[in-house]
Design a binder for this molecule. Sequence first.
Ligand code: GDP
Length: 197
Amino acid sequence: MHIKSAEFVVSNSDVTKCPKDRLPEYAFIGRSNVGKSSLINMLTSRKSLAKTSGRPGKTQLINHFLINDNWFLVDLPGYGYARVSKSTKKVFQKFITQYFEHREQLVTAFVLVDIRHKPQPIDQEFMQYLGESGIPFSIIFTKADKLRPKAIENHVEAYKNILLETWEEMPNYFITSSSKDIGKDDVLNYIDGLNNS
Ligand code: GDP
């Protein structure tokens, strides 16, 4: 898919205020600092469409971007950042779950995980939550440039083994690096396929 246009539309913490258009949408979510903003900028070939933040936990809003005038890319807040106070954490968790439970336009979610790390309980819990809520999702491994190809294979294998303890099959996954422009076409073509199915 060629990205001809990518525009910021709206940010809010209330799912009822998200765009009313019935366009298909795709949500990106993961722990703070996982590389979500960088990935969104890579996918859209824009330097700073999503703000890469030196201060994790800063962007606690649902951000809608309109892509090619026919689908929404949704940047959701990072979860599980320890320095966010308990009450703030609760608020964003509630609006995240409200987003997933009420947003009928959502086609699939992309859960981002840093390829270098083992699955963290919060990532597993979040995937469990999506599964139990019947929300389709794929995993996007980020920062693949940090590992050699063999190590990438080993880390994905280890991830699979852990997930297969609770899942019948490994969810669909992508290996990406925003620094090295890896995986962009795989993700965009996957979205394109879903938009045209
Ligand atoms: P976010 O908090 O999930 O939106 O993460 P950011 O996109 O702001 O990235 C967090 C940090 O990881 C920044 O220092 C980025 O430069 C770095 N980063 C993001 N993507 C990559 C990547 O693909 N490779 C490497 N090596 N670093 C990355």
